[in-house]
Design a protein around this ligand. Sequence first.
Ligand SMILES: [Zn+2]
Length: 120
Amino acid sequence: MSKCPECGFKNLKEADTCAYCGAKLTDNEEDYSYVSTYKTSRFLMKVISFSGWIILIISLLFTLGTCSGGSNFESTIQLLFYILGIYLGLTTIIFGQVTRAVLDSTDYLGEILEVLKSKK
Ligand SMILES: [Zn+2]
Protein backbone atom coordinates (compact mmCIF):
# COMPACT_ATOMS: atom_id res chain seq x y z
CA MET A 1 0.00 0.00 0.00
CA SER A 2 1.26 3.48 -0.80
CA LYS A 3 -0.66 6.44 0.52
CA CYS A 4 -1.30 9.38 -1.82
CA PRO A 5 0.49 12.51 -0.58
CA GLU A 6 -2.32 14.70 -1.96
CA CYS A 7 -5.56 13.07 -0.84
CA GLY A 8 -4.47 10.19 1.38
CA PHE A 9 -6.08 7.51 -0.80
CA LYS A 10 -4.48 4.10 -0.31
CA ASN A 11 -3.24 2.90 -3.68
CA LEU A 12 -1.69 -0.37 -4.80
CA LYS A 13 2.02 -0.61 -4.05
CA GLU A 14 3.07 -0.70 -7.74
CA ALA A 15 0.82 2.23 -8.77
CA ASP A 16 2.59 5.29 -10.25
CA THR A 17 -0.36 7.68 -9.97
CA CYS A 18 -3.18 7.94 -7.46
CA ALA A 19 -6.33 6.08 -8.54
CA TYR A 20 -8.52 8.66 -6.80
CA CYS A 21 -7.04 12.06 -7.67
CA GLY A 22 -4.38 11.23 -10.26
CA ALA A 23 -1.49 12.77 -8.32
CA LYS A 24 1.96 11.37 -8.87
CA LEU A 25 3.00 8.91 -6.17
CA THR A 26 6.53 9.15 -4.87
CA ASP A 27 8.49 6.06 -3.96
CA ASN A 28 8.59 5.62 -0.22
CA GLU A 29 11.92 3.82 -0.57
CA GLU A 30 13.57 7.03 -1.73
CA ASP A 31 12.19 8.80 1.28
CA TYR A 32 15.45 9.30 3.10
CA SER A 33 17.82 12.18 3.34
CA TYR A 34 21.51 11.64 3.69
CA VAL A 35 23.74 14.61 4.29
CA SER A 36 27.50 14.27 4.18
CA THR A 37 29.02 14.50 7.63
CA TYR A 38 32.40 15.45 6.24
CA LYS A 39 31.64 18.76 4.58
CA THR A 40 34.45 20.61 6.38
CA SER A 41 37.04 17.92 5.60
CA ARG A 42 35.85 17.79 2.00
CA PHE A 43 36.26 21.55 1.65
CA LEU A 44 39.69 21.47 3.34
CA MET A 45 40.85 18.71 0.98
CA LYS A 46 39.78 20.83 -1.98
CA VAL A 47 41.84 23.74 -0.64
CA ILE A 48 44.83 21.44 0.01
CA SER A 49 44.65 19.92 -3.49
CA PHE A 50 44.39 23.39 -4.98
CA SER A 51 47.42 24.69 -3.09
CA GLY A 52 49.26 21.53 -4.17
CA TRP A 53 48.61 22.45 -7.80
CA ILE A 54 49.81 26.02 -7.19
CA ILE A 55 53.05 24.78 -5.56
CA LEU A 56 53.54 22.36 -8.47
CA ILE A 57 52.96 24.97 -11.19
CA ILE A 58 55.16 27.62 -9.57
CA SER A 59 57.95 25.09 -8.98
CA LEU A 60 57.73 23.89 -12.59
CA LEU A 61 57.89 27.47 -13.90
CA PHE A 62 60.92 28.26 -11.72
CA THR A 63 62.58 24.98 -12.72
CA LEU A 64 62.19 25.83 -16.40
CA GLY A 65 63.47 29.34 -15.74
CA THR A 66 66.54 28.01 -13.93
CA CYS A 67 67.21 25.40 -16.62
CA SER A 68 67.21 27.99 -19.42
CA GLY A 69 69.65 30.18 -17.47
CA GLY A 70 73.37 29.59 -17.09
CA SER A 71 74.60 26.66 -15.04
CA ASN A 72 76.55 27.55 -11.96
CA PHE A 73 76.60 26.23 -8.41
CA GLU A 74 73.92 28.65 -7.22
CA SER A 75 71.43 27.71 -9.92
CA THR A 76 72.02 24.03 -9.21
CA ILE A 77 71.05 24.58 -5.57
CA GLN A 78 68.01 26.55 -6.73
CA LEU A 79 67.08 23.76 -9.12
CA LEU A 80 67.21 21.22 -6.30
CA PHE A 81 64.99 23.48 -4.23
CA TYR A 82 62.43 23.78 -7.04
CA ILE A 83 62.46 20.03 -7.67
CA LEU A 84 61.71 19.61 -3.98
CA GLY A 85 58.81 22.02 -4.54
CA ILE A 86 57.49 19.86 -7.40
CA TYR A 87 57.72 16.81 -5.16
CA LEU A 88 55.93 18.64 -2.35
CA GLY A 89 53.21 19.85 -4.74
CA LEU A 90 52.61 16.35 -6.11
CA THR A 91 52.51 14.84 -2.62
CA THR A 92 50.00 17.47 -1.51
CA ILE A 93 47.75 16.79 -4.52
CA ILE A 94 47.90 13.03 -3.94
CA PHE A 95 47.18 13.48 -0.22
CA GLY A 96 44.16 15.65 -0.99
CA GLN A 97 42.79 13.25 -3.59
CA VAL A 98 43.27 10.10 -1.52
CA THR A 99 41.65 11.69 1.51
CA ARG A 100 38.70 12.79 -0.60
CA ALA A 101 38.36 9.26 -1.99
CA VAL A 102 38.29 7.88 1.57
CA LEU A 103 35.65 10.46 2.57
CA ASP A 104 33.62 9.56 -0.53
CA SER A 105 33.53 5.84 0.24
CA THR A 106 32.72 6.55 3.88
CA ASP A 107 29.85 8.74 2.72
CA TYR A 108 28.60 6.06 0.31
CA LEU A 109 28.66 3.49 3.10
CA GLY A 110 26.65 5.87 5.29
CA GLU A 111 24.19 6.41 2.45
CA ILE A 112 23.77 2.66 1.88
CA LEU A 113 23.12 2.16 5.60
CA GLU A 114 20.55 4.97 5.46
CA VAL A 115 18.76 3.30 2.51
CA LEU A 116 18.78 -0.08 4.23
CA LYS A 117 17.38 1.45 7.42
CA SER A 118 14.58 3.25 5.53
CA LYS A 119 13.54 -0.03 3.82
CA LYS A 120 13.27 -2.06 7.03
ZN1 LIG B 1 -4.74 11.00 -4.44
